[in-house]
Ligand binder design. Structure first.
Ligand code: AMP
Length: 301
């Protein structure tokens, strides 16, 4: 597995690929590191695509992107486990990993001090993340998706992949990035892979390691709440208020603080009105705080 730290090095490697022309199978898995089995499943999916195509290369990146964190978020304490991450990527079939510094990615922002935040993007060209980014996570984390879209657009320009692999775990993120690729005619196909969960149902996340043992036990309330709401929907419930009130109640009962617990159209991310009721394709989405940790999860209906 090759590891590149600069844009120039990755570009040189990309040009050197014999199969680098049109039609080559070059799936790409961008990450922020602190990798776990959820990330590993994306890399294995990419490896299977490469192997099924009979050639190509699996690209991954590790970059804790400062411009998608708000000023009071966990950028500086975000877990950094580079050696273990590289071992995981190699074991699961990555061929080339891009691990840039903040300075390499954002020279215009003078980010050597790692203090770049969402608002700093005003000092450079960035990607307007569009209407799907104004609700839910976007409403709570202003500028977050501008940072995500900008860094992913840069990573796509640097790596030149055929496919962009994203996790369903970050449901709104995959929707926003899928729309960006469509709207900006990016020559890449977006593939969304299923959420990988712990044995009790908790969605794997790099942020789970912030949880104390006691909080970890209660964190399963997200999955249990989603499962309850899906069960109610499957049993015929179509009233969004009923599901939302039930979800909130279940989270609060386990002393989680819901920021949203909602059901929206899976493509437009818009709520359903009470008169029409919930209709597929719909997705249940939760963001909740547990102590100092913010967790998100979702389930398709
Ligand atoms: P992150 O490192 O958190 O930015 O995540 C990198 C990619 O891995 C994103 O596309 C995430 O949606 C995906 N991902 C994170 N956690 C999981 C999970 N538990 N299951 C599947 N994909 C995941």
């Amino acid at each position: 597995m090759k590891v590149f730290h600069t844009i120039a090095e990755f570009r040189e490697y990309r040009r050197s690929l014999a199969m680098g022309g049109q039609g080559a199978m070059l799936p790409f898995v961008p990450t922020m590191g602190a990798l776990h089995e959820g990330h590993a499943s994306l890399v294995r999916h990419a490896r299977n695509m490469r192997d099924a195509a009979g050639g190509g290369a699996v690209f991954a990146s590790i970059f804790v992107n400062p411009t998608q964190f708000g000023p009071s978020e966990d950028f500086s304490k975000y877990p950094r486990t580079l050696e273990a991450d590289l071992a995981l990527l190699e074991a699961n079939g990555a061929d080339a990993v891009f691990v840039p510094s903040a300075q390499e990615m954002y020279p215009a922002l003078n980010s050597a001090d790692a203090a770049v935040r969402t608002t700093d993007l005003a000092a450079m060209t960035s990607v307007d993340s569009g209407p799907l980014s104004t609700v839910l996570e976007g409403a709570i984390r202003p500028g977050h998706f501008r940072g995500v879209c900008t860094v992913v657009a840069k990573l796509l320009n640097i790596t030149g992949p055929s496919h962009l692999l994203l996790g369903q775990k970050d449901f709104q993120q995959q929707a926003v990035l899928r729309q960006m690729c469509l709207d900006l005619d990016m020559p890449v196909e977006v593939v969304t892979c299923p959420t990988v969960r712990e044995a009790d149902g908790l969605a794997m996340s790099s942020r789970n390691r912030y949880l104390s043992a006691e909080e970890r036990a209660r964190a399963v309330a997200l999955f249990e709440t989603l499962t309850w709401a899906k069960g109610a929907f499957d049993g015929g419930a179509r009233q969004p208020e009923m599901l939302e009130a039930g979800m909130r109640q279940r989270l609060i009962a386990r002393r989680l603080e819901p920021q949203y617990a909602t059901v929206v159209h899976a493509q437009s991310l818009q709520p359903f009105d009470a008169a029409g009721g919930i209709a597929a394709p719909a997705v249940l989405l939760i963001a909740a705080k547990l102590g100092g940790t913010r967790l998100i999860d979702n389930m398709l209906l």
